[in-house]
Design a protein around this ligand. Structure first.
Ligand SMILES: CC(C)NC(=O)[C@H](Cc1c[nH]c2ccccc12)NC(=O)[C@H](CCCC/N=C(/NCCC(=O)O)S[C@H]1O[C@H](COP(=O)(O)OP(=O)(O)OC[C@H]2O[C@@H](n3cnc4c(N)ncnc43)[C@H](O)[C@@H]2O)[C@@H](O)[C@H]1O)NC(=O)OCc1ccccc1
Ligand SMILES: [Zn+2]
Length: 292
C-alpha cells in the first residue's frame, strides 16, 4: 500500500491532530539522542567492544556481574548528567493538555519523568536505570535510586567523565585499557532477602515485560480505537514494543505517524497506509512543531 501524497505535511498532520482524541506514543532511544545519550544502534551499538544487546541479558550478569554493572553504572552517570530535551517536553505538554494521551517508552534514562511527564500517562516498558531490583527471582524487592553515582564504590570508574586528558581516569570505553577488577563480593547484596545481588531495574533480553503493565497497555489500545499512534526515534526491532503500532492498527487506528532521523525509503513508503505520516528529522525539533 502507499500513503497519501501529503504524508509528510505538517499542516495535514495538524488537521488530523485537531480531529483526534486518543493518542498513543511509542518512544525509543532516538528521542534521547539529542540529550547526548547514545542510541543502541548508533556508533555500532558498541560499549567498549561489547554489543549493548549482549550486556543487557541475565546470562551476561550471571557470567560477569561486575562488567554489566560498569555498563549500567556508565549509563546511569550519562543519564544523570543529561537533561530532557524539547522532544520530551512536547510529549509531557501534550499529556498535560490531553488526558487521552498515553506515552509508552523503551528508554530507561528517566528523562520523561524529569520532563515532568504525568506518571499515569507514561509507561516505561523496559524499566529504569534508577530502579534497583534483586537477582533472586523469588524476591520482589525494588528500590528507587535516582542519585547514587556510582551506585557502589567498586564501579567508581563508570562515574568518571571519560575525557582522556584527566589524569588517573580509566578510559572505560577504550578496550585496550583493562577494566578495574570487580568481584561478586564487591556488589551489594539485596537488603531484603540478603541472598540475591542488586541489579539494575531494567528488563533484559529474554525477560518478560511487566505483565500487569502490558495488560494495561493492551487494554488501553483495545478498549476504544486509538486515533493516532506516534512512533518516535525507534528502529522498531525489539518486541513486544515493536508490535504495538500494528496491534493498534488492527484495533482501529487510522494514522501511524513515524518521527525518525532516517529519511523515508521506497520500502518504508510501501509499508505505509493512507492516513499515515512520516516525518524525517530530529525528534527534538519535529515534536514541538507537530504537537504545538
Ligand atoms: C533483538 C530483538 C529481535 N529481540 C527481541 O525483541 C527479544 C526476543 C523476542 C521476543 N519476541 C520476539 C518476536 C520476534 C523476534 C524476537 C522476539 N525481546 C525480548 O527479549 C523482550 C525484552 C525486550 C527488552 C530488552 N531491553 C531493552 N532495554 C532495557 C535494557 C537496557 O536498556 O539496557 S531493549 C533496548 O533496545 C531497544 C533499542 O531500540 P531503539 O530504542 O529503537 O534504539 P535504536 O538505537 O535501535 O534505534 C534508534 C532509532 O532512532 C532514530 N534516531 C536516532 N537519532 C534520532 C533523533 N535525533 N531523532 C529521531 N530519531 C532518531 C534512528 O534512526 C533509529 O531508528 C530499546 O527497546 C531499548 O529499550 N522480552 C520478551 O519478549 O520476553 C518474552 C520472551 C522472551 C524470549 C523469547 C520470547 C518471548
Ligand atoms: Zn532480594
Amino acid at each position: 500500500m502507499a500513503p497519501d501524497l501529503d504524508y509528510n505535511s505538517i499542516e495535514a498532520f495538524h488537521q488530523k491532530l485537531a480531529n483526534s482524541r486518543r493518542i498513543l506514543a511509542v518512544c525509543g532511544a532516538g528521542l534521547s539522542a539529542a540529550s547526548g545519550l547514545p542510541t543502541f544502534r548508533g556508533a555500532g551499538g558498541l560499549w567498549r567492544n561489547y554489543r549493548a544487546t549482549d550486556l543487557a541479558t541475565p546470562e551476561a550478569f550471571d557470567r560477569d556481574p561486575g562488567l554489566v554493572w560498569l555498563f549500567y553504572g556508565y549509563r546511569r552517570h550519562m543519564a544523570l548528567n543529561a537533561a530532557p530535551n524539547p522532544g520530551h517536553d512536547a510529549l509531557a505538554a501534550l499529556a498535560r493538555t490531553n488526558s487521552n494521551f498515553m506515552c509508552l517508552s523503551q528508554n530507561v534514562d528517566n528523562l520523561h519523568l524529569r520532563a515532568n511527564h504525568p506518571r499515569y500517562q507514561l509507561r516505561l516498558l523496559h524499566g529504569s536505570l534508577f530502579d534497583i531490583k534483586c537477582t533472586n527471582t523469588n524476591c520482589t524487592h525494588l528500590e528507587r535510586n535516582n542519585t547514587a553515582d556510582p551506585f557502589f564504590p567498586a564501579i567508581a570508574a563508570a562515574s568518571q567523565d571519560q575525557s582522556p586528558s584527566e589524569p588517573g581516569i580509566i578510559p572505560l570505553l577504550d578496550p585496550s585499557h583493562p577494566l578495574p577488577p570487580i568481584t561478586r563480593d564487591d556488589i551489594p547484596r539485596c537488603p531484603a532477602c540478603r541472598e540475591g545481588l542488586q541489579r539494575p531495574g531494567v528488563v533484559w533480553f529474554g525477560e518478560q515485560l511487566d505483565a500487569a503493565m502490558m495488560a494495561d497497555v493492551n487494554n488501553w489500545i483495545s478498549r476504544e480505537p486509538v486515533d493516532i499512534v506516534l512512533v518516535i526515534g525507534t528502529s522498531s526491532i525489539v518486541y513486544p514494543a515493536a508490535g504495538i503500532a500494528e496491534r493498534a492498527r488492527t484495533k482501529g487506528t487510522t494514522s501511524v505517524v513515524t518521527v525518525n532521523l532516517e529519511a523515508e525509503t521506497p520500502d518504508l513508503l510501501d509499508e505505509m497506509s493512507p492516513g499515515d505520516f512520516y516525518f524525517a528529522g530530529d525528534a527534538t525539533e519535529l515534536l514541538p512543531r507537530l504537537l504545538e
